[in-house]
Design a protein around this ligand. Sequence first.
Ligand SMILES: Cc1cc2nc3c(=O)[nH]c(=O)nc-3n(C[C@H](O)[C@H](O)[C@H](O)COP(=O)(O)OP(=O)(O)OC[C@H]3O[C@@H](n4cnc5c(N)ncnc54)[C@H](O)[C@@H]3O)c2cc1C
Length: 635
Amino acid sequence: MPDRPAQSITRRDFLNGVPLAIGGAVAGGLWPGLIAPGLAADAAPQDAVGYYPPALTGLRGSHPGAFEAAHRLRDGDFWSQAGGIKQTGETYDLIVVGAGISGLAAAHFWRQRHAGARILILDNHDDFGGHAKRNEFTLGGKVELINGGTLLIDSPKPYSAVADGLLKTLGIDPVALSEKCWRRDFYSSLGLRRGIFLDKETFGADHLIVAADGTSWAERLAHSPLSPQAQADIARIEEAAIDYMPGLTSDEKKRRLAKMSYRDFLLDVAKADPGVVAFYQARTHGEWGVGIDAVAALEVWAFRFPGFQGLHLKPGAAPGQGFTAAGYADDGGSYTFHFPDGNASIARLLVRDLIPDAVPGTSAEDVVTARIDYAKLDRATSPVCLRLSSTAVRVRNVGDPASAKEVEIAYARGGAVYSVRATACVLACWNMIIPYLCPDLPEPQKQGLRYGVKTPLIYANVGLSNWRAFKALGVSRVHAPGAYFSSVSLNFVVDIGDYAGPRAPDEPMLIRLVRTPCQTGLPERDQNRAGQHDILNTSFETFERHIRDQLNRILGPGGFDADRDIAAITVNRWPHGYAYEYNPLFDPDWPDGQAPHVIGRARFGRIAIANSDAGAAAYTDSAIDQAYRAVQELA
Ligand SMILES: Cc1cc2nc3c(=O)[nH]c(=O)nc-3n(C[C@H](O)[C@H](O)[C@H](O)COP(=O)(O)OP(=O)(O)OC[C@H]3O[C@@H](n4cnc5c(N)ncnc54)[C@H](O)[C@@H]3O)c2cc1C
């Protein structure tokens, strides 16, 4: 998408991506070079006084300093620049690479089997949780929370006994918490609805549609810049119950819908005017990370997209179709619950389980406001050590994989490379890096690991001094199909433990803007590759400019002024976001056991492979299930 015309930025709140308005909790903000001020070169940044990454702003997610070593490894120039390896002499029962929910869960399951086991967990980021990351803002003197990545407990299928059991062990009862804490109808009780913003570059004029109750689609679209034919066809697609595939059984329809994009369904089956495509193009961005050109019609049917009302499809995925989001249609999926920091609370509870004195408190409710003591995460006296800012660069069985008794892991931190050993290793990192870590893997396994391309996403969280403009316009979330960010939403309202969500429009509020930098027209994996490149080559200033421009244009008519109302910005970059899920439009129907992720996750000597990639499913329950399987394999 071409850059929008620059909106002039009249007030400079940001210095090197760190807003001056609220500042990070740590002097120096981003720990340049990953060495904390005042610490020796070998010292861990996480031991610095005041180290508290959730409060950092600017570029987060894949933050500067997190990915450079891995990219040098990929590019083949890591070892030539590495110097020697420092032997730490440290040995563990288990080393886990990746402190996302899968890695933390693997450590938990291991300790369930082996009480008192010594475990080291490595992660390249300056905070744990992987995608399940917490963003904290201090606005008007109060700490406001929002997820930097993983939004909520939710899956197309019910949580397995393993994943559900882990939640229960951690004290999480999603059904009870949801009922007690989540004010799902708060915004609707204020009369706020969903909006759709049509931007002038795509549609000819800036225009906000508010999906007010009791209005027909013809009324909603009447004053929009869409052509009369496009308006009529959108109203038909949204409201009419027409069987566009007469004479076919439900299964026959579903087989066809599984192999046709939603775009093709709208144009070729529902015979809609081409002008409707731009209106629906980005509707799939949040869930799939690509537009309607690259998502199967059957998948979006399961998400209640319009156009299928008259087809009378029976619940369930298409016959013979493997795991897809269409599973939601079977039984509505899992229970759902949103912690104020998303599933970062699950990660924090796992860390409490593994290193109790680092995370004060005793319940799933009090963990939300618990202040983690990062200096306690990696201590020689603790059976479990969580070492941040540490990128694994080599993982190998000591000796023949078939008979190896030990694994040696080299990791890079702060410009040096260190070696540690363990009797077993779980790689709970991303599939695509594993062939670089373990070049001795069999070639077919490496190919399996390389097959999936993770979905890139941006979650930009913005602190506002008030949200009066949303109230004035009558919207709580706005979908913007042609704009740089395809959605803008007010933060969920959740009251849990000592934490209370926002209430009055005059009070500060966090909002989230989502961008999925896909390249319409390419196969999904190529769109993902292009988007990853896009994300890492976009500066904070560019994100900021788009945020200000887009919010002014959507909310300006409600009195919003970016210069006055924006207090802070955190842009969470996830170039390697959702695990790749097979796409019936582009991927073959693999025979049982032959799917690339299944071939890729095979145990290799004392090394087992976890992570949601290993389940080819971008959900927390998959991350947990895969951790359990990996630990079982090493047992
Ligand atoms: C923006 C976003 C929103 C999401 N929303 C949801 C949601 O609402 N619900 C849901 O169920 N799922 C959601 N997901 C999917 C989410 O990925 C899973 O839920 C789950 O958190 C994945 O956990 P994981 O441990 O498998 O992987 P990750 O969270 O990716 O953790 C893997 C960790 O390994 C690290 N790592 C990689 N290579 C190395 C190395 N060489 N050395 C050291 N560390 C390494 C990574 O940096 C990362 O920190 C979302 C994902 C994203 C990106």
